[in-house]
Design a protein around this ligand. Structure first.
Ligand SMILES: Cc1cc2nc3c(=O)[nH]c(=O)nc-3n(C[C@H](O)[C@H](O)[C@H](O)COP(=O)(O)OP(=O)(O)OC[C@H]3O[C@@H](n4cnc5c(N)ncnc54)[C@H](O)[C@@H]3O)c2cc1C
Length: 559
């Protein structure tokens, strides 16, 4: 029998999205819980994120708007079963669709204030059967992190620390086009000022979610230990009975009577692992937290866990504006090339995708394109109407920082041919690409890649335009502009294979007793696809709950 320095019922490795949801469930069942977190901060990449959870048939949707059947129909269609994605099965997808809404209801009962993310945030493949053209998103309400008392400085920094709903925050990019949005801006400004006067520290998005989860976890008596990296799993006769962490600089053995849940994130900051599993991608293009090194991937594999889908990441296109290396969240380029008057081309000057689709697929296409022609970086091509109306790397609306041009980041030319020369592309090819594009715009139909055919493409476009023109717009007004776009990411998406109860499976398909995993430590239950906004945080939360239910033998009543 292994000897432990202390023992809990439930040991959680990492304070990701599923850590506290599973812990809350355990506490409700009267079990003791410890969360061991490597970094000095609570919340993981989830805290840095939009905090959006993709939950089909969630309780914030209108009656009849969605159903379990529609959710699973969509997931089965968009994800499907393939031998190269063993992290997903119909049973797991169904468990997700059934348990996700219960997880949301459970958290709300625990005092975690959640709401619908938006009324218009379509699934990323909304055109497929069961696809949702409204929104399956759930988010936390903005949170005053001062409510955490002495724990407030321990909540990882979010990317949006203002009192604004994420949905409203995204509209601010169009403040130049609408007095209503300008007014909203003013109201937010007043709320920030009021917050400062009354000593509030508002956070939104992922930090609001994890802040609210942390508040509930502390209230429920979950023991949370920071700077406590787990270095080893303790295994006795094939069963995981605890972990080894570090306390006061020395190994500290912690037993888990009901098991160990690994929610330790992915390996996006580990270039060696990236080179092995996803060559051509770069750690510095990732926006994840700094402790995302895949420690537990290796440790679970050492004990018989099987890694799968390791070449997958939740790609997120980014652009390397001056200073991007030092940004907490580097400048994304998700909607840049999906806006009117913009396209993406490879290094031969050819357009090769629907720029409007999911960011995961966008980056996958960039990497695949490289097998044919250099496409990393690719180039966003825009005209002056784009620059006047929209934004690039946080700037725009006609006002481009001088350093963008002087540093050579933003290329500018009077003709498409001259622009082509600046980005070292054949002028005739780029001109032909742009002319072909303009022809598609004129007839309102992108015959090559069907940009604008799905609602999600339009969501990324300009809400003040109509039909396919929401995202299509001619590129013909000089000067013309280009910026680079690289396949960054917001997470890796591969890890250990788990079963419908979140148990880590061995190569023979049997579970490793006592070992559970959730989040991006696992091979995603979404396979190789990103079905909608929140398809990482939602599963992490839900499969965390499922793990706790299984380990504590709670059946279906608890969630
Ligand atoms: C800017 C941005 C926006 C995003 N927006 C969204 C969104 O809105 N919705 C969505 O679904 N996804 C979003 N993502 C992706 C998403 O945030 C991540 O995929 C997700 O948060 C991963 O969650 P997780 O629960 O697996 O782990 P994480 O939240 O990453 O937490 C893992 C934790 O484990 C800790 N850890 C690591 N190793 C150890 C160890 N050995 N011992 C102890 N602790 C350890 C880490 O320090 C970390 O705190 C976004 C990401 C970014 C960067």
């Amino acid at each position: 029998m292994a000897e432990f320095d202390e023992t809990f019922d439930w040991v959680v490795v990492g304070s990701g999205a599923g850590s506290m949801s599973s812990g809350l469930l355990m506490r409700q069942a009267g079990k003791s819980v410890v969360i061991l977190e490597k970094s000095p901060y609570v919340g993981g990449t989830t805290c840095k994120s939009g905090g959006v959870m993709w939950i089909p048939n969630n309780p914030f949707m209108d009656p009849g708007e969605d159903s379990t059947e529609q959710g699973i129909t969509y997931l089965d269609k968009v994800v499907g079963d393939t031998s190269d994605a063993p992290g997903t099965t119909h049973e797991k997808r169904l468990a997700y669709v059934v348990e996700g809404p219960k997880m949301v209801e459970f958290l709300v009962r625990q005092g975690v204030q959640l709401e619908r993310g938006s009324h218009f945030w379509p699934d990323y493949y909304d055109e497929l059967p069961g696809g949702c053209k409204t929104s399956r998103t759930v988010v936390a309400k903005p949170f005053d992190k001062k409510e955490l008392g002495e724990w407030a400085p321990r909540l990882r920094q979010g990317f949006l620390e203002v009192p604004v709903r994420l949905d409203d925050g995204m509209k601010l990019a169009f403040a130049n086009q609408s007095w209503a949005i300008k007014l909203q801006f003013v109201k937010i400004g007043l709320k920030i000022a009021a917050g400062k006067l009354t000593g509030k520290h508002w956070v939104t998005a992922g930090a609001a979610l994890q802040g609210r989860m942390l508040k509930a976890a502390l209230k429920a008596g979950i023991d949370i230990r920071l700077e406590s990296p787990v270095t080893e799993l303790v295994v006795e006769a094939g069963k995981v009975t605890g972990v080894v962490t570090v306390k006061d600089g020395k190994p500290w053995r912690v037993g888990g009577r009901l098991g160990v849940l690994v929610n330790a994130g992915g390996f996006a900051r580990n270039q060696e692992m990236r080179d092995k599993y996803m060559p051509g991608t770069r750690a510095e293009w990732s926006m994840v937290n700094e402790s995302d090194h895949g420690d537990m991937h290796k440790e679970m594999e050492r004990h018989g866990g099987v890694l799968a889908q390791m070449d997958e990441m939740v790609g997120f296109q980014m652009t390397r504006a001056p200073g991007w290396e030092n940004e907490y969240v580097a400048p994304g380029a998700q909607s840049v090339t999906a806006k009117p008057h913009a396209i993406l081309v490879d290094q031969s000057g050819v357009r090769y995708m629907n720029e409007g689709g999911s960011y995961e697929e966008y980056c996958e296409r960039m990497l695949k394109r490289c097998a044919v022609v250099p496409a990393v970086p690719s180039w966003a091509i825009m005209d002056s109407r784009y620059i006047d109306k929209y934004m690039v790397a946080g700037a725009g609306h006609g006002k481009i920082p001088r350093k963008y041009v002087e540093s050579g980041y933003l290329k500018r030319a009077d003709t498409i041919e001259q622009l082509a020369e600046l980005i070292k592309v054949d002028p005739a090819t780029l001109k032909a690409t742009v002319e072909r594009w303009n022809g598609f715009v004129d007839k309102g139909s992108d015959d090559d890649f069907h940009r604008g055919d799905r609602e999600y493409d339009k969501f990324l476009g300009d809400p003040f335009r109509q039909g396919t023109l929401t995202t299509l717009g001619r590129i013909d007004k000089a000067p013309f502009y280009a910026v680079d776009v690289v396949p960054g990411d917001v997470s890796t998406y591969g890890g250990v294979i788990t079963d419908v109860n979140s148990r880590v499976l061995k190569a023979d398909g049997t579970p490793i007793e006592g070992l559970y995993a959730t989040g991006v430590s696992t091979a995603s239950p979404m396979g190789r696809v990103y079905p909608g906004a929140g398809a990482s945080v939602g599963p992490s939360m839900t499969f965390g709950c499922i793990a706790a239910k299984h380990a504590a033998g709670l059946g279906n009543q608890a969630v």
